[in-house]
Design a protein around this ligand. Structure first.
Ligand code: ADP
Ligand code: ASP
Ligand code: MG
Length: 455
């Protein structure tokens, strides 16, 4: 029986160095004392490591093997130094295992240089090394500190499709693997420690869940063991009313609904990977966002039905780097079959559209994945006139009160009066109002809304 086990996911800054890892061990030990078993610990790569790994693969493909190797050596040393400090007793056994994760990357580098490309499958092998290494490091540090940790290979737990670099987990297989690999360890009193972000296909080929995907891993594991709580430990005091890097007055939202959190994450609140909430909803498991540097702060609690919000809105989110595609039909838009043909093109290229607006003769959509933009535009141009605008952003206001109180949306739009808006979207039953604007206007627009609704 796995009741009252919590899953604790620690992000990159929460495993950045020996000090951070010591805090992690204290937090996990406290959960163990409170619940009498577990926790399950899911960790990101040490902060910045994923960026370095992905970049050094590209550096090799650009022909600069020496620099790529030098960067990899720095990563080896960073892990080894942390291991030597936290688990000197395990240096001779664990350092070679961490090295072997990075060796796999090293053997790929000459191949990138020869072919001048990095396939997405190879990129997943490279990216996965960060979490595989950090999880081995954290497991060893815990053991040295007297916590009975057991390292778990995430590739045996998270089963995905083969959509490399944004693989989609297969729920049934993943649930079964989570139970098979973790329940026994928990029942024997162990603390499973695994890397987030990483998975594998049913055939065993390494995949990753997309940037920021360790949160998603934590939630998948939580759903699989039917955890009593999924805790996301990060570097801010919780989910905030706006991106704290853009709005200095942003404040912590103490409690919000799964639906609100899912929309804020989807529309750009980086503190939570957009898919994290799905497994939690399925099993109705509360998700907490907590600060590993300020472990006693209450954080943010995300559940199905929070107490009613006094404020008209719950939070704001923004996303840069969007492209708007305007698709104009030669005939009336409503000529039947037109919209179907449009969306078939996006489906064919597995490209998600975020916002859609229509007029009589045209439909505008936003995308953030532009990998297949040229092909998409070519396909659309076979039956429509297409224009493309990059450098756009999206600003989204979210709140469970929006569907029932249309005046809130009207007030939000009127507050943005001086900002040129490209698109406005609010479906009647939705808990968000979304505007598309130029990237350069995002910060100003977010400030205006924040002032009006939260200050
Ligand atoms: P981790 O490495 O722990 O996963 P991330 O960098 O992915 O951390 O996410 C945490 C960061 O998200 C915060 O430092 C903050 O700058 C940013 N962020 C953006 N929007 C929000 C928001 N609405 N609430 C809290 N943090 C946010
Ligand atoms: N390390 C991965 C990234 O940087 C996954 C994560 O941290 O959630 O995207
Ligand atoms: Mg993150």
């Amino acid at each position: 029986m796995a009741g009252h086990v919590v899953v604790q996911k620690f992000g990159g800054t929460s495993v950045a160095d020996p000090e951070a890892i010591r805090r992690l061990i204290a937090i996990a030990s406290r959960a163990r004392a409170t619940h009498g078993r577990g926790p399950v610990v899911v960790v990101s790569a040490m902060s910045g490591v994923t960026d370095v790994l992905l970049l050094l693969a590209q550096t090799a493909a650009d022909g600069d093997l020496a620099t790529a190797r030098a960067r990899l050596t720095e990563l080896r040393e960073r892990h080894r130094r942390a291991l030597a400090e936290l688990a000197p007793d395990a240096l001779s056994t664990i350092a070679p295992l961490i090295d072997s994760e990075l060796d796999r990357v090293e053997t790929l580098l000459p191949w990138f240089a020869d072919t001048r490309t990095v396939s997405l499958a190879a990129l997943d092998e490279v990216g996965a090394a960060g979490e595989l290494a950090s999880s081995r490091l954290v497991a060893a540090a815990m053991k040295t500190a007297g916590v009975p940790s057991v390292w778990i290979d995430a590739r045996h737990v998270i089963v995905t499709d083969d959509n490399h670099t944004r693989a989609v987990p297969r729920t049934m297989e993943t649930n079964a693997a989570v139970r098979e690999r973790l329940t026994g360890v928990l029942d024997e009193g162990g603390v499973p420690v695994m890397g987030g972000f990483v998975g594998a296909t049913a055939e065993g080929v390494t995949t990753t869940l997309g940037r920021g995907g360790s949160d998603y891993s934590g939630a998948l594991v939580g759903a699989g063991i039917d955890a009593s709580e999924i805790q996301i430990w990060t570097d801010v005091d919780g989910l905030m009313t706006a991106d704290p890097r853009l709005v200095a007055n942003a404040r912590v939202v103490p409690h919000l609904s799964f639906a609100e959190a899912a929309e804020l994450a989807y529309f750009g609140a980086k503190v939570l990977h957009p898919a994290t909430i799905l497994p939690a909803i399925e099993r109705d498991i509360p998700v907490l966002i907590l600060n590993s540097r300020n472990a006693d702060a209450p954080g943010t609690r995300i559940t199905a039905s929070p107490p009613p919000n006094r404020r008209p809105l719950t939070g704001l989110a923004g996303k840069r780097g969007l492209t708007v595609i305007d698709i104009t039909s030669g005939r009336m838009l409503m000529a039947y079959g037109f919209l179907r043909r449009v969306f078939e093109v996006f489906e064919r290229y597995r490209t998600a559209v975020d916002v859609v607006t229509t007029s009589e003769v045209s439909v505008s959509v936003t995308v953030d994945d532009t990998r297949d933009l040229d092909a998409i535009v070519a396909a659309l141009s076979e039956f429509a006139t297409v224009s493309v605008d990059s450098g756009m952003a999206l600003l989204c206001a979210v709140g469970d009160r929006l569907p029932g109180e249309p005046a809130i949306a009207a007030r939000a739009v009127s507050v943005l009066e001086e900002v040129p808006l490209e698109m406005i979207s609010q479906a009647a039953s939705r808990r968000n109002i979304t505007v598309v604007l130029r990237e350069v206007d995002l910060a100003k627009a977010m400030h205006r809304l924040h002032e009006e609704f939260f200050e």
